[in-house]
Design a protein around this ligand. Structure first.
Ligand code: PRP
Length: 225
């Protein structure tokens, strides 16, 4: 279902091996068509964000441990498998919100730790404007979500915030819809335990910091701004 070998620029990120997973699932590819299309309206765009995130989440969580749990059905008592670890979802505002909504449907007991960053249009450096990390960051599974991984500045800043506050780097998984090789390089080079799961690895970022071919601005397209 997933390939660790990116389709675009395979030379650039192949060295990260299994730490980089690029979906080649046909449903993901199909939804990416609508996500990229400049004529796709915001409501459909948001649906595509949720749909692709669901499929990425299935892959990203496939190795998570479960434990036997007793449950009583209308007919009998039985043993079923439940997730072991407490989960936190970290949406990078604002574009990460749509992905977080999708994950919460799958993981309704997850904590949500909001981090607000925006990129300066000139310098492309992230500026932190909101930080709702709780006092205790004790979750064993931390899913950071942002649809776009361009220069990697926002992703790196967010992961640093988490790790500086005591999150185990090996607990962090980053989910993104479209990534540029530059951002993948930067994120996976800085955090040697981190795993990244994406729907597409695009060609490059342009001179104003947009992923090409990309989809434009995922925040603007979700929130119609
Ligand atoms: C976009 C995107 C990422 C960031 C990616 O957010 O959602 O957070 O830029 O760029 P980088 O990898 O070069 O840091 P933006 O700053 O446009 O804010 P928004 O989510 O509010 O639209």
């Amino acid at each position: 279902m997933f390939s660790s070998t990116p389709k675009a620029a395979p030379h650039a990120c192949a060295r990260f091996g299994q730490r980089l997973r690029v979906s080649n699932h046909p449903l993901v590819q199909h939804m990416l068509v609508r996500l990229r299309d400049q004529t796709t309206p915001p409501a459909e765009f948001r649906r595509m964000v949720r749909g692709i995130t669901n499929l990425l989440a299935v892959e990203a969580t496939a190795h998570w441990p479960t434990e036997p749990t007793q449950v009583t059905t209308p007919l009998a008592e039985t043993i079923a498998q439940a997730l072991v670890d407490q989960v936190a979802i970290v949406p990078i505002l604002r574009a990460g919100l749509g992905m977080a909504d999708a994950l919460l449907e799958l993981l309704p007991d997850a904590q949500v730790w909001h981090v607000g960053l925006f990129r300066d249009e000139q310098t492309l450096q992230p500026t932190e404007y909101y930080n709702k990390l709780p006092r205790s960051l004790a979750c064993r599974r931390v899913l950071v979500v942002d649809p776009m991984l361009a220069t990697g500045g926002s992703a790196v800043r967010t992961c640093r915030l988490l790790i500086e506050r005591g999150v185990d780097p090996s607990a962090v998984q980053f989910l993104s819809l479209i990534a540029a090789p530059e951002g993948v390089e930067r994120l996976l080079s800085e955090f040697s335990d981190l795993h990244l799961c994406i729907a597409a690895l695009d060609e490059r970022i342009n001179d104003v910091g947009f992923i090409v071919p990309g989809l434009g601005d995922a925040g603007d397209r979700q929130f119609h701004t």
